[in-house]
Design a protein around this ligand. Structure first.
Ligand SMILES: *Cc1c(COP(=O)(O)O)cnc(C)c1O
Length: 553
C-alpha cells in the first residue's frame, strides 16, 4: 500500500484491513492511557495523583476557556489531556467505602471494548448482531439465576436501575389500560413502594404524568424491609376511594441499608386485595438493581460450604438466601451490572418474567419505518424507551463468563467478611457509635454517633425522643460528615441525611443522618479494618470533643 493514497481523515480510525502498523499505533495509544493511570495510583489513599484544584470558580473558568480547537491535536497529546481529567479522581483503592460505586473489572472493560470495535446499534440485529446475541444470552443467564423460566422470560439492557423501574411502570400501566398508549394514563392509577425505596419510582411517576402524589409510601420494619401489613392497608384505602393499584416496587436490596423486601408477601398482599375488589392484580417489579446479585447465593449449599466461608459469613448469607429465593415471584426485575456486577457504566439489565409483557409497550410497525419488520432481521427492540442502544450486554457477558458463579460468590463473600470485621470492631472500639442496620447482613454498615448522655438509636426509633433531641444528634453527625468529607482523599466514607424516619413525642417524623461504610473495593481486606477504625475513632473523638466544649460553654 502506498502511503500517498492514505486519506488524511483515515488516521483517526481503526484499520479497514487489520494491518499491523495501525494495530500497533492503536495499542500504543491504549497503553499510554493505561500506563498514565497507573502512574497516578497510590494504594494508600483514595484519589489518583496529579494537580487538581476544584476550588473557587472552577466550573465558571471551564465555561469561559473551553472551545473547539481549529486544527486537531495529535492523539498522543489528546491522551495527555484526557489523563489530566483523571487527576485527583476518586479511585477504588482499599479506602474507598462510599456507596455502591464499583471499580470496573478487566472483563467488564474488555467487553465494552469489544462492543466498541464494531460499534453496532443494539436497536436491531441487522445493525448490531453481536449486541443482540449477547443480550439474548445474558437475559437467559440472568433469568435462570433469578429463577425465571428462560424460555418464557424476556429482557433488555437499559439506562440504569431507574430505567428498569420506569419500564416496569410503563408495562404496569399498559397491562391495566392497554388503550393508555394512545389515550394517556388514567388519573386514578396508583403505585406503591416502601419508605426505604430508591427515588427512581418517584421520578418515574413524575415522568409518566401520573404525578408523585399518586405514589404511596409503605412503612418499613426495623430491617428496612417493606411492612406488608401496611401495604395491605394502603392498597385497600386506595381501592376503597376509587383508585386502582397498578404497580408495586418491592426493593430487594435497599440502596443504603440493604434491606430486602419479601416479594412473596408483597405478591400475596397485592393479589388478595385485588381479588377482594374485583381488580386485576398490580404489576410487581423487584427493584433488585443492587441486591439482585445476591441471587448468586441462592443455590450455594451452606452446609457443604464449597468456598470455605467463615461461619459468620455463612450466617450473613442465610437470611439473604431466605429473602432472595422469592425473587422469581416478581413480574419484572433488574440487575445493575454497574453495581455488584463489576462492569462499567451504564450496564443495567431489565428482565420480565413473561416476554409478552414487552409487546404491550412495543411500537406499531407503522411507526418504525427505518428498522425492523422486514424479511431480514429477527430482533428489533421497539419496546425500549431508547431508540439507539449501546451493546452493554457484551460487557455483562464478558464479566459473567470471566467471574462465573463462583467468582461472584467469592467476591460478594469477601465484601461480607470485610463488613463483618468492620461491624465487630466498630461496636467494640467506638462507644459513641451505634449501627443503624444491625439486621441487614449485606456489605453496608450505617452508623450514627451520639453525644455523651444523649438518647441512643434504640431510644430514637422507639419514638420516645423529642424533635430537639433528634436534631441535636443529627447536628453532631453532620459535623462528622463535614470532617470525613473534607478528608475523603484519605478514606472515602458515604453518608445520608435521610436514613429512616424516626417518630417523636411531638408526633413529627425526623429523618436521621447516618454515615456509611460500604465495602465495594476488592482491595479492602479484613486486615485493613483496624487502621480504618483507628482513623474513624480519632475523627469521631475530635468531633465529639468540639461538640462537648460547645455544649458546656
Ligand atoms: C442504584 C439503584 C437504583 C438506580 O439505579 P441507576 O442504575 O443508578 O439508575 C434504583 N434502585 C435501587 C434499589 C438502587 O440501588
Amino acid at each position: 500500500m502506498q502511503q500517498s493514497n492514505i486519506s488524511d481523515v483515515q488516521k483517526w480510525f481503526p484499520s479497514e484491513d487489520g494491518n499491523e502498523a495501525k494495530r500497533n499505533e492503536f495499542m500504543d495509544l491504549i497503553g499510554q492511557l493505561i500506563q498514565g493511570v497507573d502512574d497516578l495510583k497510590n494504594p494508600d489513599q483514595v484519589n489518583l495523583g496529579g494537580e487538581k484544584n476544584r476550588e473557587g470558580l472552577f466550573y465558571e473558568k471551564l465555561v469561559s476557556e473551553s472551545r473547539i480547537p481549529n486544527s486537531g491535536k495529535p492523539m498522543k497529546d489528546v491522551n495527555e489531556e484526557l489523563l489530566k481529567l483523571l487527576h485527583g479522581h476518586p479511585y477504588h483503592s482499599k479506602y474507598f467505602f462510599t456507596n455502591i460505586l464499583p471499580m470496573a473489572s478487566i472483563p467488564g472493560i474488555l467487553g465494552m471494548l469489544t462492543a466498541f470495535m464494531v460499534n453496532g446499534n443494539n436497536l436491531w440485529d441487522v445493525y448490531g448482531p453481536a449486541g443482540a446475541e449477547a443480550e439474548v444470552k445474558v437475559t437467559a443467564m440472568m433469568s435462570k439465576l433469578a429463577g425465571y423460566d428462560a424460555e418464557k422470560s424476556g429482557g433488555y439492557t437499559t439506562w440504569g436501575g431507574q430505567g428498569a423501574v420506569y419500564s416496569g411502570l410503563r408495562i404496569a400501566i399498559a397491562k391495566m389500560a392497554p388503550s393508555s398508549l394512545q389515550q394517556g394514563v388514567p388519573g386514578n392509577f396508583y403505585a406503591f413502594c416502601s419508605e426505604a425505596a430508591h427515588y427512581s419510582l418517584y421520578k418515574s411517576m413524575e415522568a409518566v404524568g401520573l404525578g408523585s402524589d399518586r405514589l404511596i409510601k409503605v412503612k418499613t420494619h426495623s430491617d428496612h424491609s417493606m411492612d406488608t401489613e401496611d401495604l395491605r392497608r394502603k392498597l385497600r384505602q386506595v381501592c376503597e376511594s376509587g383508585g386502582i393499584p397498578v404497580y408495586i416496587v418491592a426493593t430487594t436490596g435497599t440502596t443504603d441499608a440493604i434491606g430486602i423486601d419479601d416479594v412473596s408477601a408483597v405478591r400475596s398482599a397485592a393479589e388478595e386485595t385485588a381479588h377482594d375488589f374485583g381488580l386485576q392484580a398490580p404489576h410487581i417489579h423487584a427493584d433488585s438493581a443492587l441486591g439482585g446479585f445476591f441471587a448468586f447465593f441462592n443455590e450455594y449449599d451452606l452446609h457443604e460450604n464449597a468456598l470455605s466461608f467463615s461461619p459468620a459469613v455463612i450466617s450473613m448469607i442465610k437470611p439473604i438466601q431466605e429473602k432472595m429465593k422469592h425473587l422469581h415471584l416478581a413480574d419484572s426485575l433488574c440487575f445493575d451490572f454497574q453495581k455488584l456486577g463489576q462492569t462499567p457504566y451504564v450496564t443495567s439489565l431489565f428482565l420480565v418474567q413473561d416476554a409478552h409483557d414487552l409487546k404491550r409497550i412495543d411500537l406499531d410497525p407503522d411507526e418504525t419505518p427505518y428498522v425492523g419488520h422486514r424479511g431480514y432481521g429477527d430482533y428489533h427492540t421497539g419496546y425500549t424507551l431508547e431508540c439507539s442502544r449501546m451493546a452493554s450486554s457484551i460487557s455483562m457477558y464478558s464479566a459473567l463468563m470471566a467471574f462465573g458463579r463462583e467468582g461472584y460468590q467469592k467476591l460478594l463473600g469477601q465484601f461480607l467478611e470485610v463488613n463483618l470485621h468492620f461491624r465487630e470492631q466498630l461496636a467494640r472500639r467506638i462507644p459513641q457509635a451505634d449501627i443503624m442496620n444491625p439486621d441487614n447482613t449485606g456489605m453496608s454498615t450505617l452508623f450514627r454517633i451520639y453525644p455523651e448522655g444523649a438518647p441512643r438509636f434504640s431510644d430514637e426509633i422507639s419514638g420516645a425522643c423529642t424533635v430537639q433531641e433528634l436534631e441535636r444528634n443529627n447536628a453532631l453527625n453532620e459535623k462528622l460528615f463535614e470532617k470525613l468529607g473534607a478528608k475523603r482523599d484519605q478514606m472515602f466514607f458515604g453518608d445520608t441525611k435521610k436514613h429512616l424516619l424516626a417518630g417523636t413525642r411531638e408526633g413529627i417524623e425526623v429523618p436521621l443522618c447516618v454515615s456509611k461504610f460500604f465495602v465495594i473495593s476488592p482491595y479492602t481486606m479484613p486486615e485493613h479494618i483496624p487502621g480504618i477504625i483507628d482513623y474513624l475513632k480519632e475523627n469521631i473523638e475530635e468531633v465529639c470533643r468540639a461538640h462537648g466544649s460547645l455544649m458546656t460553654n
